[in-house]
Write a protein that binds this ligand. Structure first.
Ligand code: K7E
Ligand code: CUA
Length: 763
């Protein structure tokens, strides 16, 4: 107390004298509003978004990072950024693309043997169980280099990247089926399906193709199974967004398209440009696909292998009755299935309407064989009038639609109008509109594309920010605007500049559904979730040489890297495996070696490896890059790369001058420390520590450390018996080192138990 003073009067005393209110807080809300020029509406918005220190957000959003190839994680309603997840692009802080484990993940995204170290991410998708977000996995696509990535939400790390085997670009991914059996990825710009095959544009109609891929997802493994995945060949109608059916429409998927004209531009040759030719007709096509039956057909061997991948050809799809087309207003964009799975809402960018298609009506037409025509490839076309419930005039440039927790309520982004329209898709009423800044692309409501939307908030993902923020040069940040949708009227709450990429879509999940871990099982390769072959426990550290291959098996624990010296020769191939032995939450260590372009983030329990060729002689410090403790700067060592054939000049190493008295002092230190440990152990075992897995992990670690004492103790006693005081002292000191680590863990466990309300147990 007395730390905070007003003049010379301690704060507590001041409070007692009734001085505190005036002195400690000169401001009232009105004062602040007045000085900062805030309206009552601003104050209300601030109160709705402000999350005080120590408190957490209700929802967690996963945003596409656009061209950054990453995922941005932020909280709602505070809009505080929590993390960038490296996905298609190296991310140094996380060591992503700098340690060997994550390099393997990125290597999964190589195309034609070449690294592709960026991505154009558009659509994140949350894994679902019965159409509801389950908080287990996140998927995201790369439009430019057709790929899908899998992120595990236990640790928010990218685990897998798969390359689409038949497309050259894609856009209608990632969208998951109701139980995440498949991840849908539709092509965008038509191209020959065979890899590295050239056909001239004159053969566009015959040789260029679109398609939809259904990636099989193995829940238990948490990985896509390329061998069990398949695609359906589609006409070269630039396929666009997709959505999976749910509830009654589960088993079906919907993908729209633009440029069903199959127009080929070439303004250089005097032809009208793409934009004119691709929007000449009034309609494009919604593709309606029975993916469940398609999966059966693949099992029956009715797929063709293209580039080693199962493809159901259009001919088969038509014959088997799994592929249909429905005209949709030209240049549509979003295809969004309603939470009840009964309708599909499609908006035309060049039209003012949203069309509410009816799954029942589509099924009835298919059942009755009622088609208005066939497209040039023989795919049956259902008349628009037979497939829809209604069209609703919303405004200019409707794009994407999301849903509310209230039945029949939808929100559609209006790109040209820079507005969000709130409307009722059951009766066609437009209920409200709000202006956004500016030119909105996607919008997103809480769990708003699941069967169970949560309402509360909407985020407008605007394409342009223009004048909203402090200028930072010609390249502006993106503007995500938070809108309160809990009342009848939408209310704009907050502008959030996103300083990374052009995000396209975001998904947000109730925060309580996410259950990420705080540590790994000791020795885990986080990218495979399996034990890391390079992991060692404390005291088992070693360096192994085989020919010119030098492999280090080391550990990290505050404030120490083991080993502290690595001796190599020019030309050695060096692998350094490091295990973080910490069990305490947030005790991450980083690791780098000077000038070898290597970095790792080693969270508690994780094992990483970095690999490089020591192709130059010299002295290279290595160190921990996370400020992990008071002695963080001392968490260092040297890589010594000696020239070939270098011989140590014989020197006499300085002998330590240890005495018996030193040894006695050392023993006293050990005994004192043991007393601390005993008291901590006494406390831990007197309470129900076994009910706390975090503590059990720490106790395990501490026991491990103490177990190593026996050997060191035998050594110092043997040396003392021989009056070798140097050996006796150093081994006794080693006992102390083990004790310190154990005591540290014990004290953390004790604190944890006290903070988490452990109770006494009968002995
Ligand atoms: Cu509209 Cu790729 Cu979903 Cu951009 S997309 S906005
Ligand atoms: Cu470990 Cu700094």
């Amino acid at each position: 107390m007395g730390k905070f003073t007003i003049g010379k009067v301690p704060l507590l005393l001041a409070a007692g004298l009734g001085l505190a209110a005036a002195a400690a807080s000169a401001d009232t809300l009105q004062d602040v509003a007045k000085t900062r020029g805030l309206s009552a509406q601003d104050l209300l918005a601030a109160a709705k978004t402000y999350v005080p220190t120590g408190k957490r957000d209700d929802f967690v959003a996963f945003s596409s990072g656009g061209q950054s190839g990453q995922v941005i994680v932020y909280g709602i309603p505070s809009m505080r950024i929590l993390k960038y997840i490296g996905v298609f692009t190296p991310e140094p802080w996380q060591g992503y693309g700098f340690d060997e484990e994550s390099k393997k993940v990125l290597a999964g995204g190589k195309i034609d043997g070449k690294d592709i170290t960026w991505g154009d991410t558009h659509h994140p998708a949350m894994s679902e169980t019965n159409g509801k977000y389950d908080g287990q996995f996140l998927f995201i696509n790369d439009k430019a280099n057709p790929r899908i990535a899998v992120i595990d939400l236990r640790d928010f790390e990218t685990k897998q990247i798969v390359v689409n085997p038949i497309f050259k670009s894609e856009h209608g991914g990632a969208f998951v089926t109701e139980n995440t059996d498949y991840i849908i990825e539709a092509a965008q710009y038509a191209a020959p399906l065979e890899n590295k095959k050239f056909y001239p544009l004159e053969e566009f109609n015959d040789k260029y193709r679109g398609g939809v891929t259904y990636w099989k997802f193995d829940r238990k493994e948490g990985r896509i199974k390329p061998n069990e995945s398949f695609s359906i060949e589609l006409p070269p109608y630039a396929q666009d967004l997709s959505d999976a059916g749910k509830g009654p429409s589960d088993g079906w998927s919907f993908t729209n398209s633009f440029c069903a004209e199959r127009y080929v531009g070439g303004i250089e040759k005097g032809r009208p440009p793409y934009e004119a030719g691709c929007s000449a007709k009034d309609t494009d096509y919604l593709h309606v696909i029975n993916w469940r039956k398609a999966a059966e057909l693949v099992k029956q061997g009715k797929a063709k292998k293209i580039n080693g991948h199962n493809v159901i050809m259009m001919e088969t799809a038509i014959k088997e009755g799994i592929l249909f087309l429905v005209p949709e207003n030209k240049s549509p964009h979003g295809a969004d299935v309603t939470p009840d799975g009964k309708n599909i809402i499609v908006s035309g960018k060049l039209d003012t309407h949203a069309t509410v298609f009816s799954f029942d009506k589509i099924m009835a037409a298919i059942k009755a064989g009622k088609f208005e025509s066939k497209d040039p490839y023989g795919i049956p076309v259902i008349a628009m009038a037979d497939a829809m419930d209604r069209q609703v005039q919303l405004g200019l440039g409707p794009l994407h639609t999301q849903f509310d927790s209230k039945p029949c309520i939808a929100y559609t982004s209006l790109y040209v109008d820079s507005q969000v329209a709130k409307w009722n898709y059951c009766n066609g009423q437009v209920l409200d509109k709000i202006s956004v800044q500016y030119n909105i692309g996607h919008l997103m409501t809480m769990e708003g594309d699941s069967t169970d939307p949560k309402g509360h908030y909407l985020v407008a993902l605007n394409k342009l920010a223009i004048d909203r923020f402090n200028p930072v040069g010609p390249l502006h940040p993106q503007n995500h605007q938070l809108i309160d949708i809990s009342g009848d009227k939408m209310q704009l709450l907050y502008d959030m500049p996103i300083p990374l990429g052009e995000p396209h879509y975001v998904v947000a999940i109730s925060a309580d559904k996410l259950k990420p871990g705080v540590r790994y099982k000791v020795g885990t390769d986080s990218r495979t979730d399996k034990p890391h072959p390079g992991a060692v426990r404390a005291g088992e550290e070693k360096t192994v040489r085989k020919g010119n291959k030098l492999e280090v098996f080391g550990t990290l624990i505050r404030s120490h890297i083991t080993p502290e010296t690595i001796e190599a020769e020019v030309g050695d191939e060096i692998t350094i495996n490091l295990t973080n032995l910490e069990r305490a939450e947030d005790e991450t260590h980083g690791f780098t070696v000077s000038t070898f372009n290597t970095h790792a983030s080693v969270e508690p329990g994780k094992t990483i490896s970095v690999k490089f060729k020591a192709d130059k002689e010299g002295v290279y410090p290595y160190y921990c890059t996370e400020f992990c403790s008071a002695l963080h700067l001392e968490m260092m060592g040297y890589l010594l790369v000696k020239p070939k054939g270098w011989k140590a000049v014989k020197t006499s190493l300085a002998k330590g001058s240890y005495s018996e008295a030193d040894y006695k002092a050392e023993l006293k230190k050990v005994a004192d420390t043991q007393a601390v440990i005993d008291s901590v152990v006494g406390y831990i075992t007197s309470v129900n520590f076994k009910d706390f897995p975090d503590v059990v992990a720490m106790v395990e670690d501490a026991t491990d450390q103490l177990g190593k004492m026996k050997d060191a103790k035998a050594k110092h006693e043997a040396a003392a018996a021989k009056k070798d005081w140097e050996q006796a002292n150093l081994w006794a000191e080693q006992v102390f080192q083990y004790q310190v680590k154990a005591a540290d863990l014990g004290l953390r466990a004790k604190t944890y138990l006290e903070q988490h309300g452990a109770h006494k147990v009968a002995k």
